[in-house]
Design a protein around this ligand. Structure first.
Ligand SMILES: [Zn+2]
Length: 60
């Protein structure tokens, strides 16, 4: 499993997500960014930062 938290990229936000793979994380982040942070889309630079912060987690 992979996980990502908004605060990992310096956003003051407690949101976190888990998914099977990076593509799914990015999809969830994009949706969250749109709804909560008013981002229309992830630009390539932000996408790179997010990908660099995605962590491997043990499946529960
Ligand atoms: Zn957030």
């Amino acid at each position: 499993m992979k996980s990502f938290e908004c605060k990992d990229i310096g956003v003051n936000c407690g949101w976190k997500c888990q998914a099977e793979n990076e593509q799914e994380i990015l999809r969830q982040v994009e949706e969250h960014g749109r709804k909560v942070h008013g981002m229309q889309q992830l630009d390539p630079e932000l996408r790179d930062r997010i990908q660099s912060k995605i962590k491997d987690t043990q499946a529960a």
